[in-house]
Design a protein around this ligand. Structure first.
Ligand SMILES: *[C@@H]1O[C@H](CO)[C@@H](O)[C@H](O)[C@H]1NC(C)=O
Ligand SMILES: *[C@@H]1O[C@H](CO)[C@@H](O)[C@H](O)[C@H]1NC(C)=O
Ligand SMILES: *[C@@H]1O[C@H](CO)[C@@H](O)[C@H](O)[C@H]1NC(C)=O
Ligand SMILES: *[C@@H]1O[C@H](CO)[C@@H](O)[C@H](O)[C@H]1NC(C)=O
Length: 786
């Protein structure tokens, strides 16, 4: 170990042009570590622990260290805070208690807090370091600044480091920065050029801590070691799709001022998931240790990625987010944020090897479990006739399991029906005893599993890479800008997209399931469920319901909108055909609509409108149960419509009601055929009952069994039992069909309908499918939201 680290350092120094360091081989020199933001959360949680481990490992190699926690607070206030943090560092298991106590004591002795605010503060720090070096007669190996501060402070600090705190000549300077690196392409460019004024590219270490995860950093070595097995299948002929998924259970409470400006795409997809994607798809470098080659091949991936269009992303937001925003940003109750907390994005690489292979990047807050993984799912062309559990019928996949989830530890899993991977890394082992858990729908025992012998924090890995001057786990300026170049257009096109609201946790159910269709991605479940208060200023919302268009609003606005749509259809039909054929349903839902239509009776082309019945109860037309009577009382009576334009259903013939032999249905059908061109109504208004019946087509009554007939007699389960109705043949010929659903009582039905497949016998309303026309659902918020 000593030898390798030592040689690597010598090589590095030599490459850096500091040949004289080789003469100092016995004493590699002194390193000053400065954590700016040294008492902040990240420093407290990971950084000090990481630097302690570095200290423990490198002291053996002859390095000497001093550590500085920097911050804006004066030293008397912050010093005790820093030491509380430092006291909490711990040793790894293989260090004895006594030795650990000793190492900790030394570490504390070498550490101090320094206020780092003004240029003078940085000058003082430099003087302090130089004085120490002189007093102890030490050579300086380098200075490492870790900027654990908000990104807006980067440029200023980098400037102060450059002007006042560069190391003595011959020693290295490394400045570590962590995302966000800008907000979009422009801001990333500005930040990069500001930093470029103060730091050389090789002095900047832009960290993506995801790259320090043990499984992520083994993706390339794994691909290399298994090259012979992977080469034949790592392509579009064999890969079904690639998934990169980071699921979180936490919300962003307390971080809203930051998060609301970024959202999940900037926070996670643009950086962590994109980096993983490049590792999976880049061409393997000839030399895995060559930073330049790794970065160059990653850049090549960005060049071949097809632009990501608006239809290649769906976004969501957890329900409580809005309230958190109002509280933390001090906004009023009607403030709405459309920042996504969930996103699924579909990408394609324009290269023969991956042509047409969907690459899915998914992440979200407040999901059902905490887990990070990426999966290469391979095509399986084997059909198992009898035993679907045969190993060769199961999914063929390689899973890079970053951590958490059901497996709980980081691992690389290869399904046994694929191949047995080789393992050449001595820090990894094969797992042979399997817990009884499933990982991505396969029991663990169906995988070959490799895992690190010792689990290490990503930050420790990265800190040791920084110390070794290894840069392939870091983001170069060029790669950073390439990534923003990819994401910025998508972010702009999503800027006005209303996210799907999800309740959070297990309750999300299948709400966030997505489906890939051609080059597009959509939510699998098309019902839009939004919470009451989420609607806020939105009066009328458009969406999709059962793959058709949906208009939703509070009842009053919805009725106004439907009335306007009917009038528009009427005017268009009169313009084109000189006549407008409107078929109206009975029931109580349309009453509000009828009232609305009477309000505008002067502008509506009633003179050229023919009114037809969708269905009728077999009662005398004067009966209070008669649909026609209702229509008459609430609409026809109030508008100037010619008498012969009104077409009630002939339910009463020969003084009897709906007798088959009297041929009432056939009579009405003939009337329709005679008046209505092609028997295609311009507009059919339907409702839907609690049992999902529409018109008078009831569940379990062979609703499709009316053949070509346009009108039929049917039986209702409720009184009056006999009905006359338009059939699906008539309804589905219409130019436009509106399905009006209102009231809280229909919420259950709407929820059910959003999930069921077409099955008109069971769910008659699912048989409404205009062949050449358009179906629009008008659902009020009560029915939609319950
Ligand atoms: C750092 O500061 C010096 C002046 O002190 C300036 O000449 C130099 O360009 C700056 N930037 C870099 C990358 O050295
Ligand atoms: C691979 O790259 C590393 C780092 O640049 C270098 O030290 C090493 O010699 C290279 N190996 C080969 C075989 O070229
Ligand atoms: C919130 O806004 C109100 C009204 O603008 C203001 O009076 C109050 O001081 C603000 N509170 C905070 C915490 O910013
Ligand atoms: C009847 O419909 C057909 C087909 O849609 C159309 O071509 C024709 O012009 C229509 N006739 C009248 C009188 O509107």
């Amino acid at each position: 170990m000593f030898v390798t680290v030592f040689l690597l350092l010598v090589t590095l120094c030599a490459q850096g042009g500091y040949g004289e360091e080789i003469d100092e081989a016995q004493r590699p020199g002194h390193v000053s570590v400065v954590i700016v933001g040294g008492t902040g959360d990240l420093a407290k949680k990971y950084l000090w622990q990481g630097f302690f481990e570095l200290y423990v490992n490198q002291v053996k190699n002859g390095y000497t260290f001093s550590f500085y926690g920097g911050g804006l607070s004066p030293a008397d206030k912050a010093t005790p805070v820093l030491f509380e943090i430092l006291k909490a560092v711990s040793c790894s298991k293989d260090v004895s208690q006594e030795r650990c106590a000793l190492l900790k004591e030394q570490f504390l002795r070498l550490s101090q807090y320094r206020q780092l605010q003004s240029v003078e503060d940085y000058q003082d720090l430099a003087k302090h370091i130089e004085k120490e070096l002189q007093q102890e007669g030490m050579t300086e190996a380098g200075r490492l600044f870790y900027l654990s501060v908000p990104a807006f402070a980067y440029a200023d600090i980098a400037d102060k480091i450059n002007s006042s705190c560069r190391p003595t000549s011959g020693a290295w300077l490394r400045v570590v920065l962590e995302k966000p690196f800008g907000h979009d392409f422009r801001s990333a460019q500005v930040l990069a050029s500001q930093l470029g004024n103060s730091l050389k590219d090789e002095e900047m270490y832009r960290i993506d801590h995801y790259l320090g995860k043990q499984v992520v950093s083994r993706i390339l070595p794994f691909r290399e070691e298994n090259k012979k097995l992977l080469d034949p299948i790592w392509n579009r002929h064999h890969i079904e799709r690639v998934e990169i998924v980071l699921k979180e259970t936490l919300d962003v409470k307390g971080r809203i001022p930051f998060y609301d400006q970024y959202g999940v795409v900037r926070d996670v997809l643009q950086n962590h998931l994109t980096e993983v994607m490049t590792l999976l798809t880049m061409s393997l470098p000839m030399n895995l240790s060559s930073n330049e080659e790794v970065l160059r091949n990653k850049l090549q991936v960005f060049r071949s990625l097809l632009p990501v269009g608006k239809n290649q992303a769906v976004v969501g937001q957890y329900q409580e987010y809005k309230t958190e925003v109002q509280q933390e940003l001090n906004k009023t109750k009607d403030h709405i944020s459309i920042t996504p907390t969930f996103a699924a994005v579909l990408m394609y690489i324009d290269e023969a090897q991956y042509e047409g292979v969907p690459i899915l990047l998914i992440s979200g807050k407040m999901l059902d479990e905490r887990v990070g993984y990426s999966r290469i799912l391979f095509k399986n062309d084997i059909f198992c006739l009898q035993n679907h559990n045969s190993v060769h019928c199961k999914p063929k996949q390689i899973v890079f399991h970053f951590g958490h989830g059901s497996l709980e530890y980081p691992a690389i899993l290869v399904s046994k029906n694929l191949f047995k991977p080789v393992l050449m890394d001595s820090e990894w082992k094969e797992v042979t005893k399997h817990k009884d858990v499933d990982v991505l729908s396969l029991p663990l025992s169906d995988y070959y599993v490799q895992t690190p012998i010792v689990q290490r924090e990503a930050y420790y890995e990265l800190i040791s890479h920084i110390f070794a001057g290894r840069k392939n786990s870091f983001i170069s300026t060029e790669n950073l800008l390439a990534s923003w170049g990819l994401w910025t257009p998508l972010l702009s096109s999503l800027a006005s997209t209303f996210p799907r609201i999800y309740p959070g946790g297990a309750e999300n159910g299948d709400l966030l399931d997505v489906r890939i269709k051609g080059k597009d991605i959509s939510y699998h479940n098309e019902v839009v469920i939004i919470s009451n208060d989420q609607i806020g200023g939105f009066q009328v919302m458009q969406g999709k319901f059962r793959s058709s268009d949906m208009v939703s609003a509070w009842t009053e606005e919805l009725v106004v909108r439907l009335a306007a749509d009917i009038q528009e259809a009427a005017e268009a039909a009169v313009r084109e055909a000189g006549v407008f054929h409107l078929a109206l349903s009975g029931g109580s839902s349309p009453l509000a609509l009828f009232q609305r239509l009477t309000l505008h009776h002067f502008s509506f082309p009633w003179r050229d409108t023919h009114v037809w019945m969708v269905d009728e109860r077999c009662v005398p037309l004067t009966d209070s149960e008669s649909n026609f009577r209702n229509l008459h009382d609430h609409l026809l009576h109030h508008v100037r419509i010619p008498y012969y334009n009104i077409h009630p259903m002939p339910v009463q013939i020969n003084q009897r009601l709906c007798v088959e032999e009297d041929g009432g249905a056939l009579l009405y059908e003939k009337e329709v055929s005679k008046w209505v061109n092609g028997s295609s109504f311009h507009f059919v208004l339907l409702g839907v009952g609690y049992d999902s019946h529409t018109a008078s087509l009831f569940p379990g009554s062979k609703v499709d069994g009316h053949g070509e007939s346009l009108v039929a007699l049917t039986e209702s389960p409720v009184k009056p039992h006999q009905r006359m109705t338009l059939t699906f043949s008539a309804i589905n010929r219409a130019h436009k069909v509106a399905l009006l659903v209102m009231g809280k009582g229909k919420h259950e039905l709407i929820t059910q309908l959003s999930r069921v497949k077409d099955n008109p016998d069971k769910w008659p309303v699912t048989g409404v499918k205009p062949a050449n026309g358009r179906l629009v659902w008008y659902i009020d918020y009560d029915a939609l939201l319950g």
